[in-house]
Design a binder for this molecule. Structure first.
Ligand code: HEM
Length: 347
């Protein structure tokens, strides 16, 4: 692993999470959480998978330089976006649901609710609306001023990852083996592409064969779904009940019916197996551990300047804000959006 990555992980500070708190918007935007939940409710009706797709954003945002909505920034001529990073391109979807939530929030309380917080609320809502636990989220994040595609490439794990690699990766974010297994239970909802399992079906570990961990009937089903010449964007369900957030995912792993290698490896590898077994038998334990994991993951933050974006896809126009203001003032409150002092306009 390269040293910039290690350095980056060191910089991620859980301490900063002290500023996050439940009901952060109770004074400034009392309807914030209700508004996001309603947008998610509509998204679920319109396209059931979309809420799973939105829930995934929390993982892909928070692991890359903290939960700062850097994931949502569109590419610009001077910045490669994280949307095109290896794990995200042709895979992350339903960004429009976040846009909808942001638009709704800008109408009721303009410039107040960060996109980073919208991701956290929406992920919680996805789980609650599909039958999983509901919990109080800590809020008060700022949105980043940039995105780093190369960091996403370096950090986000491949579907080929084995449990030992995933344990090490999660440990760098202060997430335990239990957190890893519980958070992987997010694959209780949603789908994945054939692209993500072709190696597992046809050439696991360079053997030219399928992963022996597959239960044979399930393997045959996947061969039909993903024949070797398939359009690899065809999708399959991540567990047997992909619209319900429950512990079926873990029951499937015990039965050798995990979709991704990174899923099934949690059962084949001893240190993670005990948690898979526990969660497969006790849904309440899974829900409890999942909520703890989501809260811990949601606390990941990098000390960096931030703002409340008006549009989750682009940073605010600081030059215009600067021109509207007078030189030499403390700009920490210009439009309520710039949170550091500048000598001159950036960019
Ligand atoms: C433990 C390491 C993880 C790996 C290696 C992993 C990998 C993947 C892959 C490869 C896909 C399918 C992508 C595709 O084929 O297009 C996927 C889907 C998904 N992941 Fe993960 N994931 C991990 C952990 C997580 C976590 C922690 C969460 C959220 C808390 C999460 C939420 C989801 C969801 C909800 C989907 C389905 C999305 C949809 O239907 O659009 N994953 N993941």
């Amino acid at each position: 692993m390269s040293s910039p990555f290690l350095l980056l992980l060191l910089l991620i500070s859980m301490a900063a999470a002290g500023q996050l708190r439940p009901r952060f918007y109770s004074e400034t935007c009392p309807d914030a959480e209700f508004t996001v939940r309603e947008v998610m409710r509509k998204a679920l009706i319109r396209e059931p998978r979309s809420v799973a797709s939105v829930m995934r954003f929390q993982f892909h945002d928070c692991f890359v330089n903290g939960c700062d909505a850097s994931l949502l920034l569109d590419e610009t001529p001077t910045m490669l976006g994280e949307k095109e990073a290896l794990s995200n391109i042709n895979s992350l979807r339903s960004f429009e649901v976040i846009d909808e939530a942001k638009d709704a929030l800008e109408k009721v309380c303009p410039g107040v609710v960060s996109c980073a917080d919208i991701i956290i609320m929406a992920a919680r809502d996805a789980v609650a609306l599909t039958g999983g636990p509901d919990w109080e989220v800590r809020l008060g994040r700022l949105d980043s001023l940039t995105a780093k595609q190369e960091d996403s490439n370096e950090i986000m794990p491949s579907p080929r990852s084995n449990a030992s690699y995933l344990i090490d990766l999660f440990a760098k974010f202060n997430l335990s083996v239990k957190d890893l297994v519980a958070l992987s239970g997010s694959h209780s909802i949603g789908q994945a592409r054939c692209f993500s399992i072709m190696f597992r079906l046809y050439n696991q570990s360079g053997t030219g064969k399928a992963d022996p961990a597959f239960e044979p009937e399930y393997r045959e089903k996947l061969y039909k779904l993903c024949p070797s010449e398939v359009d690899q964007n065809v999708t399959g369900d991540l567990d047997a009940t992909p619209r319900v957030f429950d512990n079926q995912y873990f029951k499937d792993l015990v039965a050798g019916r995990g979709f991704l290698n990174s899923d099934q490896t949690l059962f084949t590898f001893t240190p993670t197996r005990m948690f898979v077994k526990l969660f497969s038998k006790d849904q309440a334990e899974f829900f409890k551990a999942f909520v703890e994991g989501m809260l811990k993951m949601g606390d990941l933050q990098l000390e960096q300047p931030g703002e409340i974006r008006r549009n989750c896809r682009v940073v605010n126009d600081h030059r215009r804000q600067w021109e509207r203001s007078s030189w030499g003032k403390d700009h920490s409150l210009i439009n309520g959006n710039i949170f550091w002092k500048m000598e001159r306009p950036p960019g």
